[in-house]
Write a protein that binds this ligand. Structure first.
Ligand code: COA
Length: 170
């Protein structure tokens, strides 16, 4: 299957249940890859997912669907304060492993980049945990560059993990 067989579209509140399930799966199976934790996020009700996907949310998510099943996710978070509204933060990139290496993450990222350019955003930022070769390659291939490594940025199972801060000027 190629990414062209996955449909990419913006998620809305009506996708909340599928969004919540896939997101929690990512947090559970890849605790080192995300800043949010399964333990905290799984306590939040479905309504909080619906609110995050609502039109007036500070986040916007896109999903990749195969045969109407959500198999991949990525999000863009905006901070509307005037000094930082030129920047967008990429969050929550996850593709279910049974659909890996089919170009789905790249297709999700390209959709997000197109939206960011159309929104007159000037810069995108994100962090990738040191050692996450798949995610780092995805973003470096798309033109992102590192501005620094944050030592011990997150703690997972009592171990400090470094985070690489990446940016892309649009
Ligand atoms: C990282 C992740 C999103 C990639 O999803 P994917 O759909 O398999 O990625 P794609 O097929 O679109 O691959 C795009 C590029 O990413 C890189 N890549 C993806 N998987 C890779 C792997 N296992 N090893 C090395 N590079 C990899 C490659 O550069 C690839 O391009 P190529 O296929 O032309 O070589 C997925 O592995 C994932 O969800 N990982 C767990 C969660 C995570 O780490 N999220 C990112 C948080 S910052």
């Amino acid at each position: 299957m190629k990414s062209s067989e996955a449909q990419i579209r913006r998620l809305t509140s009506s996708d909340a249940a599928a969004y919540r399930a896939l997101r929690l799966r990512g947090f559970h199976d890849h605790p080192e890859a995300f800043t949010s934790s399964f333990e905290e996020e799984s306590l939040k009700p479905l309504a909080s997912s619906a609110q995050r996907l609502a039109e007036d949310s500070s986040c916007r998510f896109w999903g990749a669907f195969v045969d109407d099943t959500l198999v991949g996710l990525v999000g863009l978070e905006r901070d509307w304060r005037r000094k930082v509204r030129h920047k967008g933060l990429i969050i929550g990139m996850f593709v279910a492993p049974e659909f890996a290496r089919r170009g789905i993450a790249r297709a999700l990222l390209n959709t997000l980049l197109k939206h960011a350019r159309e929104s007159a955003l000037e810069m995108l930022v994100l962090t990738v945990t040191r050692g996450n070769v798949a995610a780092e390659s995805l973003y470096l291939d798309a033109g992102f560059r590192s501005w620094g490594m944050e030592p011990g940025a997150i703690r997972v199972r009592d171990q400090g993990l470094d985070k690489n801060h990446l940016f892309l000027h649009l």
